[in-house]
Structures are given as structure tokens and as C-alpha cells.
Ligand binder design. Sequence first.
Ligand code: DX5
Ligand code: ZN
Length: 215
Amino acid sequence: MVMIAPSILAADFTRLGEEIAQVEAAGADLLHVDVMDGHFVPNLTIGPPVIKAIKSVTQLPLDVHLMVEQPDALLPDFIDAGSDNLTVHVEACRHLHRTIQSIKDAGVRASVVLNPATSLHALDEILSEVHMVLLMSVNPGFGGQRFLPATLDKIRALREQIEQRRLPVSIEVDGGVKADNAAEICAAGADVLVAGTAIFGQPDYGAAIQALRAA
Ligand code: DX5
Ligand code: ZN
């Protein structure tokens, strides 16, 4: 069963609470929150105070994607704010194992994410420690970009490794996911689809989530 994680980056921030209530009512499984620091990626978004506010208005698990340089110092604030899953970029963590460990020690799910140009080999020594691997299917920083087709082979290869090693690790895909490519992304082996504009850019969020699920 594939899970759908609307990315609030594409929501109307002037009505964020209502937008979240609507995707929750429409059957979302997780809420994907994109944190950008203006250094790791060329864009700035939101931080712990906003996550804390979101946490108070939704039952949906908060899937927090940290696009920040050296996340370690910030982790306690994201944990206190109510993150249910924290995903860190392997490209941003000098001591990835320590970072993953400190997230898990706080009782929060710990996941890793790879940029499009980062090889799956970067996961070899950490795969057994994580809850989920997020594969970026666009270069991170902005919503509304086009899905990079090379991601499909990457998803398939990762799925194979996870099966071979019999690990309970989920595969999440983020960037350019739409109703018309969701089927091939899931067939390749994805468990969680992140979708920003494919949900918040549509007039009917229920229909948009349904369309992704049906695919
Ligand atoms: C991009 C973010 C994505 C983004 C996806 O850096 O990580 O989560 O919101 O947006 P869409 O679905 O519009 O490509
Ligand atoms: Zn994201």
C-alpha cells in the first residue's frame, strides 16, 4: 500500500492550517515539510516554530525533510517541535552515522535522502540504520520541477538491495511526482510518494490524492 505525503511547500501559506486540514480530510498519510536554509539549497522556507504550530493542528505524522548544512545543531529544535520523521541529506552530514543515531536516540524516526547525482553507494553503511530512504527526483530547492526519469532505475536498484538484505526500509520519492508518472514510480518500488503541486496545485485535493493512489 503506497503512502501519499503532500508537500506543504506548494500550499497557500496564508491559510496553512486550512490547507493542512483539507489534505488530512482528503486522505493524506503523512505531511511532508520542506526545511531549506539558503545554503544547502538556494531557497529559504520554514523552521521549528512553524512545525510546532503545524503539529498542534494535525494528527498526520510530520515527515520533515531537512535541506540544511550540518543539521546536527538544529536537531533538538526539530525534535522538540514534534517531527515524527527527520530526513537528512547524506551530502550535508560529515558524521552521518552519529546524526542518524542521535535522531533515533530521541525516539524519532531517522531517514536519509540522496540528491539526484549521489550514488546509492553512499547508503551502503547506513541502510540498515534508517527508517526510510528518500530519493530526490529533482534537484532540491523548489517545487514544481520536472521528474528526472533516471530516478526510476535508482528506485529499482535500491528496491533490489533492500529485498536482498531483507531490511525494513521504505523508499520515498520526492520531486515532480504526478498522477501520470505515479504508476511507474510505484512499479519501480517506491512506498511513499511526496507530491506538492500535484496536490496543492489542484482544485480538489481529494481527487488529486485519489488520482495518485489509483495510479
Ligand atoms: C523540493 C522539495 C519537494 C517539493 C516537491 O526540494 O523537497 O518536497 O515540495 O514539489 P513538487 O511535488 O511540486 O515537485
Ligand atoms: Zn521534500
